[in-house]
Design a protein around this ligand. Structure first.
Ligand code: FPP
Length: 211
């Protein structure tokens, strides 16, 4: 969800205002995605590298995650199931504060019965960390390291292969996101910032996925 900061800067607003708008746009986009019968929507909310941002910005983004995970009533109305993926909270180096952990656990539990779209939020997520962990866990379980044992030990092995990756705000590169899962995916690039990413853009990305 790139470009929250740029969206704010262009309007003479602080970066935090861009993140707030980004969270609201995600809630709006989830409502649109449901009407388009999207099965799985996975968003990169906060990376393992994002902790180095200024403290006030990090705190603000954490608060927005609490707000997003707190939208349980809305998600239940939409029949959306929430999942989280990221460094397990007890991993050395993991820094997810308790209040975010609680919000994540509650949202996951309180939407688990929903049968519609699966919204996965990657928080404190990095693909390389995920792959290292998967290899370690496979070895711990006495398995030989292979494509299938790694696939089975990803944070969320049930996530299907990705059909389309969306990169907003003119970013034309792949980042540390779902590197294992995106093999073969289409990539939809747009100049629009994340807060400007709406229904028409989603439709264009879905059309690319289907092409
Ligand atoms: C990128 O914009 C966005 C983030 C670092 C993550 C935060 C995302 C949100 C708050 C959107 C809502 C999502 C959730 C899950 C609450 P940027 O800061 O990189 O902007 P820039 O590229 O313009 O600097």
């Amino acid at each position: 969800m790139d470009g929250n900061g740029r969206w704010a800067k262009r309007r003479g607003l602080p970066r935090t205002a861009g993140h707030t708008e980004g969270e609201e746009n995600l809630a709006a986009l989830v409502r649109v995605a449901v009407t388009r019968n999207v099965g799985w929507l996975t968003v990169f909310g906060f990376s393992t590298e994002n902790w180095v941002r200024p403290r006030t910005e990090v705190r603000h983004i954490l608060g927005l995650h609490r707000r997003l995970f707190g939208r349980v009533e809305e998600l239940n109305q939409l029949n959306v199931q929430v999942k989280w993926m990221g460094r397990p909270f007890d991993t050395p180096g993991a820094r997810t504060p308790k209040y975010v952990q609680r919000a994540i656990r509650k949202a996951v539990a309180d939407t688990a019965q929903n049968t519609g779209m699966v919204l996965t939020v990657a928080f404190d997520y990095g693909s390389r960390a995920e792959l290292v962990q998967a290899a370690l866990d496979a070895r711990r379980d006495g398995e030989i390291v292979s494509e299938s044992s790694i696939s089975n030990h990803l944070y969320l092995p049930e996530l299907p292969p990705v059909d389309v990756v969306v990169r907003t705000s003119g970013e034309r590169r792949i980042s540390n996101f779902m590197l294992w899962q995106i093999v073969g995916a289409r990539v939809y690039f747009t100049e629009r910032t994340w807060p400007e990413f709406g229904a028409a853009e989603l439709d264009a990305a879905l059309a690319l996925a289907a092409s």
